[in-house]
Design a protein around this ligand. Structure first.
Ligand code: FE2
Length: 134
C-alpha cells in the first residue's frame, strides 16, 4: 500500500524531487502505522515533521521561482499556503481535542490527494519552466 515513487512524478529538478520523495515516504510511514493500528500515535509526530519540512520545502520551491522569475509564482504560492493552512488546522484541532481517528483519515486523504495532484500538475509545470530557465 502507499504511493510508490515513479519517474513520472519527477519534475527534473533534483533537490525538489528528493524532497518530494521524502514526503511520500513519510506519507507511506503513516499508512503503515495505520495498518499496524498505530495511526493515532504516529499522527502527531508526523504533523510536527510536516509543519517544519513542508514549510522548508515550499520556501525552497518559491525561492527558485522568484530567482527565475516564474510567471505562475502567485498561484503556485497560494496552493502552498492553503496546504499549510490545512495542516495547521488539523494540528490545532488535535491540540485542543486530542487525536481522533477522523484526524488520521483527514491527514491521509489530504496528503494523498494534495501530494499527487500538486506534484503531478503544478510542480511538473514548474519543473518544465526551471529546466529551460537554468
Ligand atoms: Fe509546489
Amino acid at each position: 500500500m502507499g504511493i510508490q515513487w515513479r519517474d513520472s512524478l519527477a519534475i527534473g529538478v533534483e533537490e525538489i524531487d528528493d524532497q518530494h520523495k521524502e514526503l511520500l515516504q513519510r506519507f507511506n510511514g503513516l499508512l503503515s502505522a495505520c495498518e499496524a493500528g498505530k495511526g493515532i500515535e504516529e499522527l502527531k509526530p508526523l504533523l510536527t515533521f510536516l509543519d517544519d519540512y513542508v514549510i522548508e520545502h515550499f520556501s525552497n520551491e518559491e525561492r527558485l521561482q522568484r530567482k527565475h522569475g516564474y510567471p505562475n509564482y502567485e498561484s503556485h504560492k497560494k496552493e502552498h499556503d492553503s496546504f499549510i493552512e490545512r495542516v495547521m488546522a488539523v494540528k490545532n484541532e488535535i491540540d485542543s481535542e486530542g487525536v481522533a481517528v477522523h484526524h488520521v483519515m483527514e491527514t491521509n486523504n489530504m496528503l494523498l490527494k494534495w501530494l499527487l495532484n500538486h506534484i503531478s500538475k503544478v510542480d511538473t509545470e514548474l519543473g518544465k519552466f526551471l529546466r529551460t530557465a537554468r
